[in-house]
Design a protein around this ligand. Sequence first.
Ligand SMILES: [Zn+2]
Length: 397
Amino acid sequence: MALAAGPEKQVGKLVVTNIGLLLSGALEAPILDADTIVAESGRIVAVGKRGDCDIGDARVTIDAHGCAVSPGLVDSHVHPVFGDWTPRQGQFGWIDSFLHGGVTTMVSAGEVHLPGRPRDIVGVKALAITAQRAYENFRPGGVKVLGGAPVIEKGMVESDFVELAQAGVRLLGEVGLGSVKAGYEAKEMVAWARKAGIQSTIHTGGPSVPGSGYIDADTVLEADADIIGHINGGHTALPLSQIRCLCEGCARGIEIVHNGNELAGLTALRYARELGQMQRVMLGTDSPAGSGVQPLGILRMIALLSSVGDTPAETLFCCATGNTARMRNLDCGLIETGKAADLVFMDRAQHSSGTDLLDSVRKGDLPGIGMVVIDGIVRCGRSRNTPPAERVPEVVG
Ligand SMILES: [Zn+2]
């Protein structure tokens, strides 16, 4: 297992040249006509053709050797606990393994797997604040984990949300996993959270594991959380007619997860496309879960939804990066100046039948990852988890 990194930032200038395909993360223009990225202090400061960028005085130079570069993948839905350990399947190092699947940011949907998770209000708040602090100070493998997502319980009042926000909590864990399950109750607390600056996600569908709950479309719409968490269930999905109601009945985030129902996920994607609202679609794994942890889960979602879902691969990369970042107000997920220099270098996997990276994904193959950069720092070289890429980048200076 790689050593965990703290929240340190790049010092000096990073230059990336010879990018063969630059994926922007932005749906309105998913492919950029550029081959060079320059970053300073962990932020992108220039994107363009090599001749148009100031590439002198670099502290680190990466020759992409024609690889594709995407914004770091964002997993919109994870259930961390503490450090790089998950009690759900008794595993260590799972977050570091996600780094090798191209994930550079993870968003907690609640630290719900903590053995003996407190349900009393003081305990709920204490756990959320502790998790938020702990992951701010500790980045397994360098991955940015946005932790500290309290699961709302009956009896919480508006001042609880103000207190949480003042303490640095920015997320609610999945609404519905605690004692608050009725739409009218959830709606009030979700509104208090939003007013305090805390974003919310609601559990959608059947119970995930014994002790979890069932939330139908009417409850999701009434609660009006910011993100329709795992619209394809986690794993048990709502009837497709209810999923259609959710897509049509609100403008909230449509989150499709790996550990959900694949048919429901593909159908939600189709509804979003038919509505012309692909900007709402965001991807997560909902792991760790009963079905385990999936270091390549986001890549697998991209390949599944592109191939079986008949959607351009570059569109799905936006769903896994810029869409999530925009809907969740993150400072990453897009290749543009001012954003975090979180980069995934990929190429067609060796022996894929696809003609290039995007064609291989469209045919259902996973890309090979050759390097991952977070906040301008190289965090890993050739992935230990993906199939080997044909071309890999190289640090040349
Ligand atoms: Zn859930």
